[in-house]
Design a protein around this ligand. Structure first.
Ligand code: AMP
Length: 564
């Protein structure tokens, strides 16, 4: 246990912590309604924060570019006007496929201003995941760059019938039009229940799920920014997540801007020496990162950390996968403070369970439910759910439905959405335990989805692409435990008659998967197998593949097809 001296903590008086206080600290649109872009940018750009730095952009090479709230307002308005000129109206879907460059932020905020459903896509996705998501979300506009267009979009083999425009933000034509556009635009009136973002997430079966989020979620982002991330006036905040994943949008774009602080955006990928330099030189005071990154810093060695000092750093939090206790202790040693684990998922839209600044930290625990969040351990029964009254007992993590950032649907999958809710509780798909002090402990996923470097990967999406290869008869994909990235994607394939397993074929199939899926999703390992274990109804038994891979007990085999 790491005890805190609460009296010594810098907690601002009247800090908004509950949803009602958070609601009161927002402005609302001048004529009524609520829009995230207004709360994040416009109200600051029109007030005393206009010339304060909103985003400090660190390009992969070259000098930092500070972007003030006024500049962010103007650039996102230009973008909004360009989208409007292309017929984008409230509810239309705008996809953004960019690396972490300023235009990504202008496009997202501009899209929100016109009331679009905005969906940032991870730039390490290959053509397949991009096309699947654009089609599921009925994308009207895709915002990208020349390089990503050539490398990915141009290689999409399937039709994207709803897509009307592809904007390449670094093309000379786009730049000219952008400069000529008006830096002012009226923010469309949206209500708390209107769609703001589409975030795609993976399940065990079928296509990715498009989780629908709403403008009212900003209440949660405001509240959690304060209570879970300890944001205060004057902070320099760095969220290392890419906006292609929900953390990078909710906490890499919306939350710091709503709080009117300065947000660091680094274009480059992970590099231990660079990250320590950013923490030190940019005087980061609140840092939100992920276990994989922390483990990579740990691997880079204490020596490197000791070459830097972090006098500005006040609070460090982590999310996305289990944070091992050693990582929390490493924080004490290398950064001078514990790392505060917190838990949430795409569907919750915001942090639900956290180790907050004012709480004692139990290394290995995700913390306690935030004010206003009711969490329980549940067991699914035929007639509903049963809530676990005993401590330290494993069950499914459940949340009382109704928090402001709760997802409002899965695109086109009403039944799947409905099934997530039982007796007024949302069932998360995670297994957890609660201890006597009300701290929650992550146990594992209840399904087969894979968490690799904090990114959720659906085995079905990977298997489908492997099956497209002419040599592959069947494919089963699992997450294989890895000490740094949590899990790596491992595929088992059986071959069609006439093909022989061998190194050349393995490399060819790996190359095919990488080209279609992109580096973020493709398997790292492929093993050949003459047959794959299937249930009698024909489903690949991933659980069994995993147990065999890890040398674990094979469990209940009653549904296994003979001979597998
Ligand atoms: P995503 O929807 O991609 O954000 O992934 C959400 C999932 O990541 C959760 O359902 C958990 O399985 C996992 N996860 C998120 N935060 C944590 C955490 N602090 N500890 C353990 N697992 C986590």
């Amino acid at each position: 246990m790491i005890r805190k001296d609460v009296a010594a903590l810098k907690l601002a008086p009247n800090a908004p912590v509950g949803w009602d206080e958070a609601r009161r600290s927002l402005d609302g649109l001048p004529g009524g309604g609520l829009n995230i872009a207004w709360e994040a940018v416009e109200r600051h750009a029109r007030g005393p924060k206009a010339s304060q730095v909103a985003i400090r952009w660190l390009p992969a090479a070259g000098a930092a570019r500070p972007i003030t709230y006024r500049e962010l307002s103007e650039a996102s308005s230009r973008f909004a006007n360009l989208l409007r000129a292309r017929g984008v109206r409230k509810g239309d879907a705008v996809f953004v496929l960019c690396a972490r460059i300023p235009e990504l932020y202008f496009a997202v905020l501009g899209g929100l201003k016109v009331g679009a459903a905005v969906s940032p896509l991870f730039s390490a996705f290959g053509p397949e995941p991009i096309a699947t998501r654009v089609n599921l979300g009925r994308g009207k506009v895709l915002v990208t760059t020349e390089a990503l267009f050539q490398k990915k979009v141009a290689k999409i083999a399937v039709p994207m019938p709803t897509l009307e425009h592809v904007l390449r933000v670094d093309s000379p034509e786009f730049r000219r039009e952008f400069e000529a556009a008006s830096p002012a635009c009226e923010v469309v009136r949206t209500e708390p229940g209107d769609t703001s973002f589409l975030h795609f997430t993976s399940g065990t079966t079928g296509s990715p799920k498009g989780a629908v989020h709403v403008h009212g979620a900003v209440v949660m982002h405001c509240a959690t920014g304060r209570v879970a991330l300890d944001l205060h006036e004057g902070d320099v905040f760095w969220c290392t997540a890419d906006p292609g994943w929900v953390t990078g949008t909710s906490y890499g774009i919306v939350t710091p801007l709503v709080h009117g602080v300065t947000s660091i955006v680094d274009e480059a990928d992970f590099d231990a020496a660079r990250w320590y330099r950013i923490l030190e030189e940019e005087r980061v005071s609140v840092w939100y990162t992920a276990p994989t990154a922390i483990r990579m810093l740990m691997k880079a060695g204490a020596e490197l950390a000791k070459q830097h000092a972090f006098p500005s750093l006040r609070f460090v939090a982590s999310v996305g996968e289990p944070l091992n206790p050693e990582a929390v202790w490493w924080g004490m040693d290398a950064l001078g403070m514990p790392i505060h684990d917190n838990w949430w998922q795409t569907e919750t839209g915001g942090i639900m369970i956290a180790n907050t600044a004012a709480m004692d930290v139990k290394p290995g625990s995700m913390g306690r439910p935030l004010p206003g969040v009711e969490a329980a351990i549940a067991h699914r029964r035929e007639t509903g759910i049963e809530l676990e009254s005993r401590n330290d007992t494993e069950g499914e993590l459940a949340l009382r439905a109704g928090w402001p950032s709760m997802f409002r649907g899965y695109l086109d999958q009403e039944e799947r959405y409905r099934k997530c809710f039982v007796d007024g509780w949302y069932l998360t798909g995670d297994l957890a335990k609660r201890d006597a002090d009300g701290y929650f402990w992550f146990v594992g996923r209840a399904d087969d989805v894979i968490k690799s470097a904090g990114h959720l990967i659906g085995p079905f999406e990977v298997e489908s692409v492997l099956m497209e290869h002419p040599a592959v008869a069947e494919a089963g994909v699992i997450g294989k435990p890895d000490p740094v990235v949590g899990e790596v994607v491992k595929a088992f394939v059986s071959l069609k008659a006439g093909f022989t397993a061998g190194e050349d074929l393995r490399m060819e199939i790996l190359g095919h998967a990488r080209k279609r899926l992109g580096a973020a999703v493709a398997p790292k390992e492929i093993a050949f197998s003459t047959t794959l274990p299937r249930t009698r109804s024909g489903k690949i038994m991933r659980r069994l593949l995993k147990a065999r891979e890890l040398g674990l007990p094979e469990g209940d085999l009653s549904t296994l097809e003979e001979g597998a």
